[in-house]
Design a protein around this ligand. Structure first.
Ligand SMILES: Cc1cc2nc3c(=O)[nH]c(=O)nc-3n(C[C@H](O)[C@H](O)[C@H](O)COP(=O)(O)O)c2cc1C
Length: 332
């Protein structure tokens, strides 16, 4: 049974990865319903939070039904990180997660995200200060190292644990790899097998089938799997993995009605949360995957993604339901 601080997250939990512009409250709610055991917000800039930028504070919204939920923050300045911990606490998350893995230039160039992998002492001292500054469990998400020649994840994980980090999620790539190549889970297994490690070690990167998730559990012996891209527009991935773990068999893909139902609820939750304009706009990216596999779908997809008017998008869902009722989806 894995525990993040005092929070029981079950046996081999599945975690929804923090994803910018994806892991928002409506999407997290859908993933939770489909079996995600822990969900994370997209990353939130500590500097942005302090400036009280409306966009950043909206990212702090969380709902009871999605617990346990972790709010992820990034930054490299101690004062800002500590201040942002205080702001984040007011939203009542269960976990505070620090992003030490984001590879994008604008983050890394400020020494934040994966940029901090070049300064492990700073990474450890920031984590320690944050742990001391809050009663909430602090977790870390990071990568294997800066580049192939500087993989120090074994040492990093141990030191983070020693200063009170309550769980670590490791993406099996270096910063230099960005998203290229295959994620390497071997160094993550080495972290887990270190007899000094007692906090949960979650694996991340390329878990895109139930078989891969099982491999992460049984072959690599990790404590849970953090899932990102495989869930985008496909929240059912979580239940498919769980079903496979329980039965060794693949669950049938969601029916058309389930897909249309999810699209409707996703859009409605987004509108309730952000208003019609933003709700309609921000839900668009998910539709391609919701309806993936249906032939000659372009005409319908265009209707969903080109109108600013929610009524038109809902009407497109109705049309899809009528047109493709009974369509049999197959596993990819
Ligand atoms: C669209 C997108 C946005 C992401 N945003 C974040 C983020 O805000 N914070 C973070 O720690 N990682 C972020 N990531 C990285 C993912 O959390 C994850 O580490 C990565 O996608 C590898 O996992 P996967 O192969 O399951 O997708 C993002 C990834 C994607 C695809």
């Amino acid at each position: 049974m894995a525990k993040i601080g005092d929070i029981d997250v079950g046996d081999f939990p599945l975690l929804l990865a923090p994803m910018e512009d994806v892991s928002d409250p409506p999407f997290r709610a859908l993933c939770k319903e489909q079996g995600a055991d822990v969900v994370y917000t997209e990353f939130i800039s500590s500097e942005g939070l302090i400036r009280d930028a409306a966009k950043s504070t909206m990212k702090l919204d969380i709902y009871e039904k999605e617990r346990p939920v972790g709010i992820q923050i990034f930054g490299a300045n101690l004062e800002s990180m500590l201040q942002s911990v205080e702001i984040v606490e007011k939203s009542g998350p269960d976990i505070i997660d620090i992003n030490f893995g984001c590879p994008v230039k604008k983050v890394v160039s400020k020494g934040a995200g994966a940029g901090i992998l070049k300064d492990v002492d700073l990474m450890v001292s920031l984590t320690e200060a944050m742990v001391k500054h809050t009663k909430l469990p602090v977790t870390v998400k990071t990568r294997l190292g800066w580049d192939h020649d500087s993989i120090k994840i074994l040492e990093v994980a141990e030191r983070l644990q020693d200063v009170g980090c309550k769980a670590i999620s490791i993406h099996g790539r270096t910063r230099a790899q960005m998203y290229k190549g295959e994620a390497n889970w071997q160094p993550i297994a080495e972290v887990k097998n270190n007899p000094r490690m007692h906090i949960p070690v979650f694996g991340n990167g390329d878990v895109d089938t139930p078989e891969r998730a099982l491999e992460m559990r049984d072959k690599y012996g990790l404590d849970g799997a953090m899932i990102g891209r495989a869930s985008i527009g496909y929240p059912w991935f979580f239940r498919e993995v769980k079903h496979y773990f329980e039965t060794g068999k693949h669950l049938a893909p969601p029916t058309l009605q389930e897909r249309v139902g999810a699209a409707r609820r996703h859009l409605q939750m987004a509108i309730d949360w952000k208003g019609e304009k933003l709700g309609v706009f921000e839900t668009r990216r998910h539709y391609t995957n919701y309806f993936k596999g249906i032939p000659h779908f372009k005409e319908f997809r265009m209707k969903m993604v080109t109108s600013d008017d929610a009524a038109n998008v809902f009407a497109a869902f109705d049309e899809v339901e009528k047109e493709f009722i009974g369509y049999e989806f197959t596993r990819e």
